[in-house]
Design a protein around this ligand. Sequence first.
Ligand code: NDP
Ligand code: GDR
Length: 375
Amino acid sequence: MIYKNKIALITGVTGQDGAYLSELLLSKGYIVHGIKRRASLLNTDRVDHLYQDPHESNVRFKLHYGDLSDSMNITRIIQEVQPDEIYNLGAMSHVKVSFDTPEYTANIDGLGTLRILEAVRLLGLTEKTRIYQASTSELYGLVQEVPQKETTPFYPRSPYGVAKLYGYWITVNYREAYNMYACNGILFNHESPLRGETFVTRKITRATSKIILGIQDVLYIGNLDAKRDWGHAKDYVEAMWLMLQQDKPEDYVIATGITTTVRDFIKMAFSNVGITLAFEGEAEAEIGKIVSCAHLDYQFPIGKVVVKVDAQYYRPTEVDLLIGDATKCKQKLQWEPKFTLEDLVKDMMTSDLKLFKKEQYLKAGGHDIVNSSEE
Ligand code: NDP
Ligand code: GDR
C-alpha cells in the first residue's frame, strides 16, 4: 500500500500557534501549507527553521502569499492545495487593538472565517476537508458562569470578541447546513516564548528580563486585577489537531482550569529570577516594589519600584475573569496539558533572558540593536 501524507493548510502560519502547529504536523508526517501576508519586512521569523528550499525534492513545508480579506486568493490556494485539514488561525488577535481597528477586525476575524468555509463548499471539498476554527474564551466576556464551558452563554466585550462570535456561529452553521466537518476550539489564553511581544505575559517576561539586565527601569502595565487561565501553546496545538481526528465534528473548550491575576503573573516572573515583589496602592496608583533579592549576579536596592500602572493600557470594556472547564476535551480527546503555569513562566523567562543577554553582548561589541515598541 502506498502511504499518502495528509495535507494541511494553516492560515496565520507565521503566528505563535501557526509555528507550533506546523512543527507538530510535520512531526506527524503531514505536508504543511501556510498562508503568509506580504509585508515590507520579513515576517517569517517563527517558522524560518522549518523553511525548505522549494527546489529540493520532498518539500513538506510550503508558504503561499495570501490574506483573509481576499476571497479569490483564499479560494485559489484551497483549490491548489486540496487540503485534508484547514486550521484557520489567521486573525487580528489583539483585543485592545481591536478597539482601534474594529472594521478590519470584523473583516478578518469574522468574514475571514466565512471565506474559508464558503471556499471549501464552492470547491466541492465538504466531504474531504476538515476545518478547525480558532475560537476563543473572549466569547465569554462578561462573566455569566464560572468556570466557563461549552454550554456557557457568550457575552463578548470587544470588537475582537464580537468578530470571533460571528466566526464561531458561521462555523456551527456551515457544519449543520452543509454537513461539513468544522469545529470550534474555544481556547483560553495560551502563551510561550513565541508569544507576540505586546500580549501581557510576554510583555512581563521581556520587561522582567530587561530590568534584571539593567536595560529597562520600570514595567508599565494596565489592569493588574484581570484574571486569566494561562496555558502553554505547545499543549494547545495538540488539542487543535485532536479535534480534527474524531468521528464527529464538535466544539471544545481548551483550558487548564487555573486562573491567575496579572499581578501574580508579574510576581512569578520576578520570583523566577530570585526577586520578591510586593504591591501597594490602589488601581491606577498601584506600584510593585522589590522586597527581597536573592539573584546571584545582580543586587537591587530593597524598595526599588519596578512596576507602575499606566491607564493607557486599560480597555474600554474589560474581561475580568476567565477560567475554563476542559472536562469535555479531557474525556473525549484524552487531552491533558503537560505544562504547569510555573513551567510556562520558566520557559518564557529562560528564553527572554537569553535573548536580551545576546542583545547586550552584541551591543557591547558595537552592533546596533533595533528596539521594538513595548506597547
Ligand atoms: P498571532 O497574533 O500570534 O498570529 C496571528 C496570525 O494571523 C499571524 O500569522 C498573522 O500574520 C495572521 N494574520 C493577521 N491578519 C491576517 C490577515 N488579514 N490575513 C491572513 N493572516 C493574517 O496569534 P496566535 O497564534 O496567538 O493565535 C492564533 C489564533 O488563535 C488567532 O485566530 C487568535 O485570535 C486565536 N486565539 C488565540 C489565543 C491565544 O491565547 N494565543 C486564544 C484563543 C484564540 P502576521 O504574522 O503577518 O501578523
Ligand atoms: P487577552 O490577552 O486580551 O486575554 O487576549 P492580553 O495578554 O492582551 O491581556 C490579558 C489581560 O491582561 C491585561 N493587561 C494587559 N494586557 C496587555 N496586552 N498589555 C498590558 O500592558 C496589560 N496590562 C494589563 C488586559 O487588560 C487583559 O485583561 C488574548 C489574545 O491572544 C486573544 O487573541 C485570545 O483570543 C485571548 O487571549 C483568549
